[in-house]
Design a protein around this ligand. Sequence first.
Ligand SMILES: Cc1cc2nc3c(=O)[nH]c(=O)nc-3n(C[C@H](O)[C@H](O)[C@H](O)COP(=O)(O)OP(=O)(O)OC[C@H]3O[C@@H](n4cnc5c(N)ncnc54)[C@H](O)[C@@H]3O)c2cc1C
Length: 404
Amino acid sequence: MNAFDRKMEPQEFRSYARKWLAENAPPPPPERLPITPIEVMTVPQRDYLQAWQRKCYEAGLIGTDYPVEYGGHGQSGLQRIANQELEHAGVPYLINIVGLSMVAPTIMKHGTDAQKRKFLPGCLSGEEIWCQGFSEPGAGSDLSNQRTMAVPDGDGWIVNGHKVWTSLGHFAKWMILITRTSTEHRYEGLTYFLCPIAGHPGVTVRPLIKMTGETGFNEVLFENVRVPDAHRLDDIGKGWTVAMTTLSAERGAAEGAGSAGSGFGDPAVTIHKLIELARGTKRGGGLAANDPVTRDAIVQRAILAEGLRQSAKRARVPALCDNPMRLALQTKLVVTEFDQGNARLGFEIAGAHSTLYKLDPRAPAAGHWPLAYLNSFGNTIAAGTNEIQRNILGERVLGLPKSK
Ligand SMILES: Cc1cc2nc3c(=O)[nH]c(=O)nc-3n(C[C@H](O)[C@H](O)[C@H](O)COP(=O)(O)OP(=O)(O)OC[C@H]3O[C@@H](n4cnc5c(N)ncnc54)[C@H](O)[C@@H]3O)c2cc1C
């Protein structure tokens, strides 16, 4: 489905997106939404967000720069503008975060024409929710230690194994799945599939509860699950290479301007929320917003926010990027720690009231800051832990000696 009858100029597209969002912002959700899409738990939350994603898609704000024959709108180079306008409009996030930020770019790079036609339209519209089956009980940081086996069987494969920490697995129709197809080679023994999940025989999805009391991620068990060979992405034994495409897209998705669906939000919007909190919080007979220590702390965060904004701009100028991996790796690290620092400051500004959780009517900002703080630890682990990111940056970007 193509929302446009011709190629738009960037400024014209920005005006269109801004106007459309101002006129089409959805009504409030039927239930409070979690902070990011990976904590969406209930069917009313899902239905509301899926309807919103579909509307944005039909308006051309999602899949903007994907080819029309694969369900996109053929406006190459304009998705970034759509993302910025989605962030600035303060509208709900996009539920198919795994699909948009990881699956679609991976299928575009490694998929056959038939796979792109089959999988991309439903992924972009949000009709088909995707999850990522990479982590296992024994394979997290060491992703190549995959134990889930895929064994050839006629024109397909039989999969047995156990995935864990699968965000959105409980609503997913499809999973991007890494499996082991040979035990002889560690990396070349891996193969990547697009695997059916919801209602598929042999697949069991079990929710896991986080420290916030929310679910959102799951473990997924595979017992003699049949996957057609037509759902294999790229060649047998190429799974590691395909997984690296997915991971670089995932890590890049934390970049402010390109993160409409991530729930990380625009750094400037977060700073604004901190200012609002300080303006509404009493401190020493006045307001926290007038307290020099609080003001200084917020200004420090604002400086970091501006640094992030400039880095995101710099990432788009190849001549300013000495190493292609530096900004993507650095951004994941810095954005997740920036987010954690903001949540901690929110806690400090709210003072003793920050111990009130979201269901308490007296909780400042409806309990946003404690929830954001607890969730921020997950974000420093997801997509590869920040310790691992530091190792990779040190070794591959700075050229430091390899860790043992
Ligand atoms: C909120 C959230 C959502 C997630 N969603 C998904 C998902 O949808 N799909 C999916 O497949 N996975 C998902 N994950 C899993 C995530 O990718 C893993 O948790 C992560 O890769 C770390 O793996 P692990 O949990 O097995 O920890 P481990 O690898 O066991 O690491 C434990 C600790 O040891 C440290 N460590 C390990 N090796 C080294 C080293 N060489 N040097 C220094 N420190 C090291 C780590 O940094 C960490 O602190 C999610 C995780 C979170 C928190």
